[in-house]
Design a binder for this molecule. Sequence first.
Ligand code: XMP
Ligand code: MG
Length: 192
Amino acid sequence: MQHYPLEAYGELAAGVPQVLFSAQTIEERVRELGAAIARDYAGRNPLLVGVLKGVFIFMADLYRAVTIPAEVDFIAISSYSPETRERGMVRLVKDLEISLTGRHVLFIEDMIDTGLTLHYLLGILQARRPASLEVCVLFDKTRRRLIDIPIKYRGFELPDRFVVGYGLDHREQYRNLPCVGLLKPEVFQGKE
Ligand code: XMP
Ligand code: MG
């Protein structure tokens, strides 16, 4: 796919002086993940479930790279408060539209950090009795993990630094950058 050059993003590109993963690198890896999923789930009509909003760009590319019959659905969550967020507790603000019962469900996340959010959400999905439930994450901050979660498909490992682009935001900005990089400290100042 033809991507806009980074310079085209002017002010946004200036906020991300250090690119960790170029658009092309991400694209190639997403295609590999899609091919692996298509191979493993052939004949099982998997349901790809994503958490909005961060996952929407990854999901759009991954879903097209999964070249078998497959379905897609989304949930949206919000944290109750900073304290409950630390324990990974979140509120569903948009539920799934497709039933999970008896389905082969692949949970798609843009980012896993401590793992608390994912752990909590997997509990909610498991209670709906899918035939199988596996996890695919694009970016993994392995060193920050507090809870062990089996991840079947992993895109890239990330250092313990705040990144933006390819759906990941800082205060709702930078999601449209086609690459992923470190946000300039002046912009970030420790606030997500
Ligand atoms: P936990 O710690 O529960 O959190 O695994 C995962 C969620 O934290 C957000 N997150 C980030 N978002 N850049 C972002 O834009 C980052 O570097 C980053 N690290 C964590 C993200 O929403 C993810 O779903
Ligand atoms: Mg965010």
